[in-house]
Design a protein around this ligand. Structure first.
Ligand code: FES
Length: 193
């Protein structure tokens, strides 16, 4: 089984399957480093990576269209108008097995008043991880230099569509995202089941 996920303070957040278990601190940083390496240096240009681990309502059937709510951070963790990346870690399931604590993807969150917008950080071209430009006025993909506005609109490069938006809700101060992945390389936005 994979090692427990930790944030960059060495804290293992509570797990969905052990909701009453408190977060643990052991001073280790290996979990956070593993995520950062997997993202190819995600903490770039002021981006702050927050591991998000809590799956609230995993699909019982799986597949496209099923809600997969992930609790990703506190609303208070976000700064008005400033995009912030969260890394999504959860359990991967197939018909026979559950693999714990897998890196599922990452999301750019932006607070706007009491609301939050979410954009998948997976590039619609070929799936590289989209970063925030150093001036924090646009997003870019380092693989083939696609550029996107802060609202996710494709502005340059080979990306066949805008960044993929995700549905967000705020529940008792927690930001929750219906986490989905989409097909790459096509203009149409089609969810991957
Ligand atoms: S993978 Fe992002 S531009 Fe090609």
């Amino acid at each position: 089984m994979a090692e427990p996920m930790q944030n960059d303070l060495g804290v293992e957040p509570p797990r969905a399957d052990r909701p009453d278990e408190p977060s643990r601190v052991d001073g280790g940083r290996r979990g956070a480093l593993k995520v950062l390496c997997a993202l190819g240096g995600a903490a770039y240009a002021g981006a702050i990576v927050v591991p998000a681990v809590k799956m609230l309502a995993p699909s019982s059937e799986g597949g496209a269209g099923a809600a997969r709510w992930m609790r990703v951070c506190r609303l208070a963790d976000l700064t008005e108008g400033e995009p912030r990346r969260v890394v999504v870690v959860g359990d991967e399931r197939d018909a026979y097995t559950v693999t714990r604590d897998q890196l599922l993807g990452s999301i750019w969150l932006t607070k706007k008043g009491e609301g939050v917008t979410a954009l998948s950080a997976v590039c619609p071209h070929l799936g590289c991880s989209i970063d925030l430009n150093a001036d924090k006025k646009s997003f870019f993909c380092p693989c083939h230099t696609s550029r996107f506005s802060l609202a996710g609109a494709a502005e340059a490069g080979p990306s066949p569509r805008d960044m993929d938006p995700l549905t967000v809700r705020v529940v008792e101060g927690n930001v929750e995202v219906d986490f989905k992945l989409f097909r790459q390389g096509i203009a149409e936005r089609k969810e991957v089941g």
